[in-house]
Design a protein around this ligand. Structure first.
Ligand SMILES: Cc1cc2nc3c(=O)[nH]c(=O)nc-3n(C[C@H](O)[C@H](O)[C@H](O)COP(=O)(O)OP(=O)(O)OC[C@H]3O[C@@H](n4cnc5c(N)ncnc54)[C@H](O)[C@@H]3O)c2cc1C
Length: 471
């Protein structure tokens, strides 16, 4: 899209880079504050990784939890995030996210109108169930409603607009961006260079770099192109690099999360994680096909699980039974139709298909069932959920599981006002950031559903603070 420059005649206060959850939340909040805002997006469709996410959001102290008799608090969520993050998290940022989580969830539901399922789920590393999923099980629901609100607020979103550089004044303040207008992904030499000034600020919300093999490998040499990613292919690091060029401080860039519930039998995120993450881990088991044994607490956080998987050196099998699938209550039709998840009328059939020793697998299930009945996993200390069942009711459901690069916890250092921090530890004037492009909130490991919470909480702060900048 070629930008109609008449939009700029009256001057732009705030430029938002990126049209995912974080960027759109920032743009809405800034527009609500009465300043002029534009959103720049390099792709020809808005939404980034956000639009393909499951849309799951974590929040403590909600009415859903109260109705389910779950006792939770921002403090408990804070502790869970710090435990999973191995204490590498910036505590003041985690505090802001956890204390703002419930309000962000309500903002998405009541202000924007996202419809959530009447259920509250637990994912590995959370000590209580505090995760909410949209009825559509897709982040597209939230993106759609953010876009609709921005339309009402008359905030233009320019697609095909690649931000290639930040502009600074002689004092180092960020005063605008240099773009390629009419950019087309993977096509060089297309588009026109332009400069767009911003009177107040630039908010960077350009997402993570999970698909940037060169950049991610430079941070963690194990993450070369032999590992697939759940991310869109354009989740790359150019904006992080540009911010680093002007002195932004990088935080924990090597902390890159692998999704431990993906299938090597499909590309991208795929249909399998709904079974892997939502059914197998809480209600089933992971088995090494070479031994027929379990090898890990399936409800461990993502980092511990991914490391346990990599140690196996080959894909493992996630197994659940009919009772677990029923209790989990997720629609697995797509995964079954795709053939990523398969059903077997007997354990014998399942063992034969995956080449697992039937006797060993039978013994593993018998031992697991016995521990579930006694309410304690003596082997791996997996929490036995109240409503968990034993694995004995056919058909058995199974999927091959192998990790994929999923989330980049590291990124730009920000403060509690979402200002980007220079390596001399002073804010870079006129530059804000929110969402996966930032670092330090999740430390060593992001817990499931906490990214969307973070995008909304910090994105909205960035929008408000940027709108109040230079008054
Ligand atoms: C498959 C999948 C499922 C997930 N499910 C969940 C979940 O259920 N719950 C949860 O909490 N988290 C989930 N996550 C993680 C979460 O979705 C992301 O962390 C979050 O959506 C990131 O949002 P964002 O706004 O920071 O970035 P994005 O949504 O990625 O948006 C960034 C945008 O910036 C644009 N951009 C980048 N560079 C430029 C440039 N140079 N010029 C212009 N535009 C640029 C990109 O094109 C993109 O559109 C999931 C992630 C994936 C991949």
């Amino acid at each position: 899209m070629t930008i109609n420059t008449s939009v700029f005649e009256s001057g732009i206060d705030i430029i938002v880079v990126g049209s995912g959850f974080a960027g759109l939340a920032a743009a809405i909040e800034a527009a609500e504050a009465g300043v002029s805002v534009i959103v720049l997006e390099k792709m020809m469709a808005p939404g980034g990784n956000s639009v393909i996410s499951d849309g799951g959001i974590a929040a403590p102290g909600t009415t859903y939890q109260i109705d389910a008799g779950i006792s939770d608090s921002p403090e408990l969520m804070y502790q869970d995030m710090l435990t999973a993050g191995e204490g590498l998290n910036y505590p003041e940022l985690v505090k802001v996210v956890t204390e703002g989580a419930n309000e962000a969830f309500l903002w998405s539901r009541d202000y924007l109108g996202v419809k959530y399922k009447e259920r509250v789920d637990i994912f590995g590393g959370h000590t209580v169930a505090r995760c909410y999923t949209p009825e559509s099980i897709s982040g597209s629901e939230l993106i759609k409603r953010q876009l609709a609100r921005l339309k009402e607020l008359k905030v233009p979103i320019f697609l095909g607009t690649y931000v290639r550089a930040l502009i600074q004044d002689e004092m180092g303040r960020v005063t605008g961006v240099q773009i390629i207008d009419g950019y087309r992904y993977n096509q060089s030499n297309i588009g026109i260079e332009r400069t767009i000034p911003a009177a107040k600020a630039v908010i960077v919300a350009s997402g993570g770099f999970g698909s940037d093999v060169e950049f991610r490998r430079a941070q963690d040499p194990r993450l070369d192109n032999t590992l697939k990613s759940t991310n869109k292919p354009f989740a790359t690091a150019e904006i992080i690099k540009e911010c680093l060029r002007i002195g932004a401080n990088p935080v924990q860039l090597s902390r890159i999360q692998l999704g431990p519930w993906t299938s090597p039998d499909e590309n991208g995120f795929g249909a399998g994680p709904l079974f892997g993450d939502y059914v197998v881990l809480p209600y089933g088991i992971l088995v090494d096909p070479e031994t027929g044994n379990r090898f890990v607490n399936e409800l461990n956080d993502r980092k511990s699980l991914a490391e346990a998987l990599l140690k196996q050196k080959h894909p493992v099998i996630g197994i659940a039974d009919a009772a677990g699938v029923k209790i989990a209550d997720w629609n697995l039709t797509r995964a079954l139709e795709k053939g990523v998840v398969k059903t077997y009328n007997s354990l014998d059939d399942l063992a034969r298909y995956y080449g697992v020793d039937y006797g060993a697998l039978k013994a593993t299930l018998a031992r697991f069932n016995d521990m579930v009945k006694k309410g304690k996993d003596n082997d791996f200390q997996k929490p036995i959920l109240n409503e968990a069942t034993t694995l004995e009711e056919p058909p058995f459901y199974a999927m091959r599981i192998w990790p994929k690069v999923h989330h980049t916890m590291g990124g730009l250092q920000i403060d509690v006002s979402a200002r980007v921090i220079h390596r001399d530890q002073q804010p870079i004037m006129g530059l804000y950031a929110a969402g996966e492009v930032t670092g330090g909130i999740h430390g060593a490991c992001r817990l499931g559903s906490c990214a969307i919470t973070e995008c909304l909480v910090i994105g909205r702060i960035a929008g408000r603070k940027a709108a109040a900048d230079r008054i």
